[in-house]
Design a protein around this ligand. Sequence first.
Ligand code: SF4
Length: 308
Amino acid sequence: MKPSYIKAFEKGVLVKRIERAKRWLEKCSLCPRMCKVDRTKGEKGLCLIGAEAVVASYGPHFGEELPLVGRNGSGTIFFSGCNLMCSFCQNYDISHYSSGFKVSPVQLAEIMIELQKNGCHNINFVTPSHVIPQILEGLFYAIEKGLNIPLVYNSSGYDRVSSLKLLDGIVDIYMPDFKFWNKESSERWCKAPDYPDRVREALKEMYRQVGDLVIKNGIALKGLLVRHLVMPNCLDETRDILRFIASEISPHTYVNIMDQYRPCGEAYTDSLIDRRITQKEFLTALSYAKEIGLTRLDERRSYFVWSL
Ligand code: SF4
């Protein structure tokens, strides 16, 4: 299956999207934070990134979901800065302090090509919501240099539908998180009470664009894959999130229910989330998925399942 961005490039759609996306940086409204700063002049909003994307690291990654990793790994590019800024972030230095190196569109393209040459099965943009224009511009040069593997948009789910429309026919695989169901939780941990509404809208738009995950010979080619990190003391939210995915997106959604929460960043100061989850919490989350009818769960065996 040819990645969809090749057609968008050939038909001139990609160039138009780049122009439109870059204009949005002048009064930045790329994400629901709507900071309205002029990033083209180096001003920075909540995500801490100006005109140029900043890359924290890149390389073949083997810790992602099985259909992304295959034999040779997922070609991850970790962007610095973030538009959600969770207080418990496991990559706190990257997201909250934007550590990394600035990249021009051509340099970003060279990174993509290097990952492809290393045999990676896809280009996996990690935390991309605040650098969509920079990604699109880098993609243009990467296609000219021969890029032809699927693109993965790996976000927190805190995306605007209008920004996602810039990626329609360009991104092959969407991999959003769905973190919180309640606005009280997203206010408490991200200062984003609108997160639940935005992520519900975003998932619907992502699914409209790419549908259920298509896997061939064990490798994901196109579609939606949703991640949910089980948090301590939040199982009610887990159940509501899984129910939403099954009933309002698709019961065939590929879902990764993750057990690796550990307190990081400011989480040690919050008594609700200052511990890892228990085995009982994780197994309850899995049982909810089963009851609700979600059957395409990521097959990597959790520590909690192994230790039964
Ligand atoms: S992308 Fe950054 S600057 Fe733009 S609205 Fe979002 S947080 Fe603000």
